[in-house]
Design a protein around this ligand. Structure first.
Ligand code: SME
Length: 173
């Protein structure tokens, strides 16, 4: 698996760095969480909170080709929120694709091979793997999902899933 520490180059350059050890990755997530908590202090706007999380996650997950939020609407559609990466589809129905399934089932979905996920929505034909994590309000209902895509197969693992769940627990104002 490739990936690596935070960098500023293109996707390919960023992926040429060896992937850090599990301990290093946990430390990066710890630092990401610390910075996010500090950034979100006193800010109640959901879009500002999501945007801040993405800016930090981009540095923590250099293997991600797309990082974005889809917000849950009352009519059970997801609509694009802040995102970074190539242009994405703007609306996804609950139950459709990886994002819509995660929203409908209110659970994280780790997809090491998107071609093996029935109904995967290919916004980016180069996407190979994906991690979707719900953002929940205090009562537990899904208010958004975090969508992470990568051009590498199996770019995310259980550590990313667990750590992103912890980060997403900070997002609801
Ligand atoms: N692949 C997602 C759609 C969103 S894009 O990847 C940005 C899905 O299947 O839900």
């Amino acid at each position: 698996m490739t990936g690596g520490s935070a960098g500023t180059g293109s996707h390919k350059e960023r992926n040429s760095v060896p992937r850090p050890s599990a301990d290093e990755r946990r430390a990066q997530y710890r630092e990401c969480r610390r910075q996010l908590e500090a950034l979100l202090e006193g800010e109640s706007d959901l879009i500002a909170r999501m945007s801040s999380a993405l800016a930090l996650l981009r540095e923590t997950l250099p293997q991600a080709s797309f990082l974005g939020f889809y917000r849950a609407l009352p009519d059970r559609w997801l609509v694009a929120g802040p995102y970074q990466g190539p242009v994405a589809c703007l609306r996804i129905r609950f139950g459709q694709g990886v994002c819509g399934t995660a929203a409908m089932e209110n659970r994280a979905l780790l997809v090491p091979d998107v071609h093996a996920f029935p109904g995967h929505i290919a916004c980016d034909s180069q996407a190979r793997s994906e991690l979707v994590v719900p953002v929940r309000a205090a009562a537990g209902e899904v208010i958004a999902v975090l969508d992470l895509d990568s051009h590498e197969p199996a770019a995310f693992d259980a550590c990313d899933e667990e750590e992103c769940e912890r980060l997403m627990a900070l997002i609801a104002p």
